[in-house]
Write a protein that binds this ligand. Structure first.
Ligand code: FES
Length: 115
């Protein structure tokens, strides 16, 4: 496990997200009402980058490709791939899979992510 210092708390306003490259990964860091959270950037369905994903209800990220939704805090699937109609046929081959989440800590206003 390696702890990476990624930004200052004030660099990311509540409701915002940013992509960060750490080691060989890109992660998404979110500042939600309830705090900072980090998840893997690639959707577990067909690996689309979610840097342009939509945040829904301040707690879920929607993949821009087939609209799977994930809980940002836990990484759990809330809704699996469902767009366009028919994509569900592929779901037998691509069963639901949660996103990896990464612990985030804040110390003296410095945000760190553990990989
Ligand atoms: S790649 Fe994300 S829902 Fe299909």
């Amino acid at each position: 496990m390696t702890v990476h210092s990624v930004c200052n708390e004030s660099d990311l306003a509540v409701g915002k997200q940013m992509a960060i490259k750490l080691e060989d990964k890109t992660i998404l860091l979110f500042h939600l009402e309830s705090g900072f959270f980090a998840i893997q950037n690639r959707c577990t369905h067909l690996f689309k980058s979610m840097t342009k994903g939509k945040v829904i209800d301040g707690c879920r990220i929607q993949c821009p490709l087939h609209r799977a939704e994930f809980d940002i805090k836990s990484g759990e699937v809330v809704k699996w791939a469902n767009f366009p109609p028919g994509v569900q046929l592929m779901n037998a081959l691509r069963p639901e899979k949660a996103l990896t989440t990464y612990p985030v800590t804040i110390e003296n206003g410095q945000v760190s992510v553990e990989l």
